[in-house]
Design a protein around this ligand. Structure first.
Ligand SMILES: [Fe+2]
Ligand SMILES: [Fe+2]
Length: 412
């Protein structure tokens, strides 16, 4: 079955209808209506007999919900949020898209120390191979990512997980949290291998403003959900959860990661820090799946709760993505004020605007930037190449012997 792929050129609002084919009893979305004002509200489906006659046990009270009734779980009882059915039973499936993404991601195991780092170590410790600005690019990128993936993992585990009330999505969230731990491991492995000053890199989000601003933006969103008194079930709190998901999947993972990815992969195209770029490539593949999954969650919540997706919420989503882009452009300015070979702030800004437009389209919002073309088509090709089914049948060893992607200059 074809999976939704929000990060490829072919994914447009027109494909939303196809994507929804894998959802049980999908609410139809008109393919010719990309503007939010044209969206027709989906009908709210509430099974009164199975939900409203139960005591309000509180969301996330899995023990109480499990034994609230002797009736077996019915598919129509399951919901993205505010579900009171037993959450300990994966079957019957409702959100098949989440289960399929879980299965696909499970085939995708890799370990950072399976990628040899010796060539990069030699380059990093040699004089005259990397310019000072290229060194700063490597340090700033690794410094940002050294803590960024922990922010994502904590947002899932401490905030989002208990509020997403179906086992299919929870299963994927568990996997995603584990992958975020692996990514933190990979960045730590790069930093240690290259002999960098670890305390400098891991404290960068507190000591470098452009890094800290992005992290603070993300942490503010997490802090709303981790309040022990926070729960969904009201219009305001349901919107906060939706806002958090948009913040993390569309902005933190969907924009904040892309400058660093593009910078490191751009250097690899010039034959520099290729092993570090391989680590980033493996992480990019995971992150692209995370974004796709998150967009599916967001759009499914919108579909089941159309009252949440009003003009105010749409404006909030637009504002957040614009804020994220501005913070990422500031990071690019700070990281490479003069530019490095083949890359500068102007190109990066155009790329980020192109990416932001993709996020708007995925949320069925109007694009906000005049950025019709991707200045870094090799980024898309790399991500797409990683997603081919055959890729997942390979293992990391294939990459070590060059059986996957060739990193020679100009090949991508
Ligand atoms: Fe990650
Ligand atoms: Fe991620």
């Amino acid at each position: 079955m074809r999976l939704a792929n929000w990060d490829t050129e072919e994914n447009t609002v027109l494909n939303v209808e196809k994507r929804q084919e894998s959802v049980v009893k999908p609410t139809p979305i008109l393919p010719e209506t990309p503007a939010p004002a044209a969206l027709k509200p989906a009908p709210v489906r509430v099974d009164e007999s199975s939900r409203d006659d139960r005591p309000n046990l509180g969301m996330g009270d899995d023990l109480a919900n499990a034994f609230a009734t002797t009736q077996r779980v019915q598919v129509d009882e399951k919901a993205m949020i505010n579900c009171r059915a037993d959450l300990n039973q994966l079957i019957p499936f409702k959100y098949v898209w989440a289960w399929e993404k879980y299965l696909l991601a499970r085939k995708n195991h890799w370990m950072p120390d399976e990628i040899p780092m010796q060539d990069d170590i030699t380059q990093w410790k040699s004089e005259g191979i990397l310019s000072e600005e290229e060194r700063q690019v490597v340090k700033r990128s690794l410094g940002f990512f050294a803590t960024a993936d922990s922010l994502v993992a904590n947002n899932i585990v401490l905030g989002v997980y208990r509020l997403i009330t179906n086992p299919e999505c929870r299963n994927y969230l568990l996997l995603q949290a584990s992958e975020e731990a692996l990514h933190t491991h990979a960045y730590q492995y790069c930093i240690e291998s290259l002999g960098m000053e670890e305390s400098e890199l891991f404290n960068m989000y507190r000591e470098i403003k452009s890094v800290g601003d992005k992290s603070a933006w993300a942490l503010k969103q997490t802090s709303l959900l981790t309040d022990p008194h926070f729960n969904t079930g009201t219009l305001a709190s349901d919107r906060l959860l939706l806002e958090n998901l948009i913040a993390y999947y569309c902005v933190v993972e969907g924009i904040f990661f892309y400058c660093g990815f593009a910078l490191i992969l751009s250097m690899a195209r010039e034959g520099k820090m290729i092993n570090t770029a391989k680590q980033f490539e493996m992480i990019m593949r995971d992150e692209s799946m995370h974004i796709n999954f998150g967009l599916d969650m967001i759009n499914q919540i919108k579909q089941e709760n159309p009252h949440l997706w009003d003009a105010e919420m749409q404006n909030t989503a637009i504002r957040m993505i614009k804020e994220g882009l501005e913070l990422e452009v500031a990071f690019a300015h700070d990281t490479m004020p003069s530019g490095i070979q083949g890359m500068n702030v102007e190109l990066m800004t155009a790329y980020l605007q192109y990416i932001a437009n993709r996020r708007f389209a995925s949320l069925q919002l109007p694009e906000q930037y005049d950025a019709p073309t991707n200045p870094f088509p090799w980024m898309t090709r790399t991500i797409d190449q990683q997603k081919q089914v055959a890729f997942f049948e390979q293992n990391v060893a294939d990459y070590q012997i060059g059986g996957g992607i060739q990193w020679d200059k100009g090949d991508w």
